[in-house]
Design a protein. Sequence first.
Length: 207
Amino acid sequence: MISFPSKLLEEAVNEFAKLPGVGRRTAMRLVLHLLKEKEDKSLALGNAILAVRQNIKYCKTCHNISESDICLICSDKNRDNSMICVVEDIRDVLAIESTNQFKGLYHVLGGIISPMDGIGPNELNIESLVSRASENNVKEIIMALSTTIEGDTTIFYIFKRLKNINISISTIAKGVAIGDELEYTDEITLGRSIVNRVPYNYSLLKM
């Protein structure tokens, strides 16, 4: 148990320790580092965090992070709006964008179906995806979810919801290993998985 010489220091460490992957000792090092820095650097960090918290929104179309009602990707006229890549969360958008292999649009579900965690279809952005898929310009839905049981369950559920809509449904190729999450997949493998995607019916036969 760490003995703190200051209540303010203890409160700061407690808040840092709430961050994912940050233990109390790491939190202590971060807080002490900030104390050693010049005041303007610490204030810049605080202001940046405050600005993100107060000004970041979620795109009304794809649910990606944005500074306006419609994100930069959805409003980009150079993107191919006939393709929508369905991902679990915003980190997957960043991972796919880093490959420079996909020029379509995205749809962020906000998670995947996981009964063990109490997450059902109603907790995800699925209805808005069905609405987007019904638009005349959409030709293909690409399922780019993690190759886990939960990911496959989510893909199958969405496939059933979209089966009566005249569009192509595909999944990323299995260059991504079974059980892998997209954000941890290297850019080359992920890029090839997007480019070499396969029809969802075909992928079902290979399971």
